[in-house]
Design a protein around this ligand. Structure first.
Ligand code: ZN
Length: 174
């Protein structure tokens, strides 16, 4: 496959410091706290313990992840917690060859939506794939919609109750 080359101009910190680009500064003094709420609070607590959890609505039978306390289809509260596997299927993915600040990435990143096993169809979480190659060609050869994957967790001592407690999802061997 022919290598795709995207024309990019990387912006470095010194470009801003030396005023090579037009910038403006706005000092912000925002102080705020974010309340995760009951459902996402439990979801984050379970992540810290190395587990995924969903929430079932008994009226429609759906198991939702990320969990929520209210079913938007039945217009009623959800009913129970459902422990889920840390395996799933890639629903869709993308390959990023440049970073948020327009630097070319040595190893492309592969964000993906993963349908978690045990949750209802269409329920997926956004994460990234790993161990799928180090070049665009390798990644495009390897990654497929429908690919089976499993979470690679940080060690327990490094987990902090965040989605990044999962480092990435790696392909499951068939
Ligand atoms: Zn429902």
């Amino acid at each position: 496959m022919e290598r795709w080359v995207y024309p990019v101009t990387s912006l470095r910190p010194e470009d801003v410091e030396q005023k090579r680009v037009c910038t403006t500064r706005t000092p912000l003094r925002g102080e705020y706290a974010w309340d995760a709420g009951v459902a996402v609070g439990r979801f984050l607590t379970e992540l810290k313990a190395g587990r995924l959890i969903g929430r079932r609505c008994r009226a429609c039978g759906r198991v939702m992840i990320p969990p929520r306390m209210f079913c938007e289809q039945c217009f009623r509260p959800t009913d129970e917690w459902v422990p889920l596997a840390d395996t799933g299927t890639v629903i869709t993915f993308s390959v990023c060859t440049i970073s948020w600040d327009m630097r070319r990435l040595e190893v492309p990143e592969v964000p993906a939506v993963i349908a978690i096993d045990g949750a209802s169809p269409g329920m997926g979480i956004m994460h990234k794939l790993g161990e799928v190659g180090r070049t665009l060609e390798e990644i495009l050869d390897r990654v497929r919609i429908g690919m089976r994957v499993q979470a690679v967790w940080k060690p327990a001592g490094e987990r902090e109750g965040a989605i990044t407690d999962i480092r990435y999802f790696r392909p499951l061997e068939d």
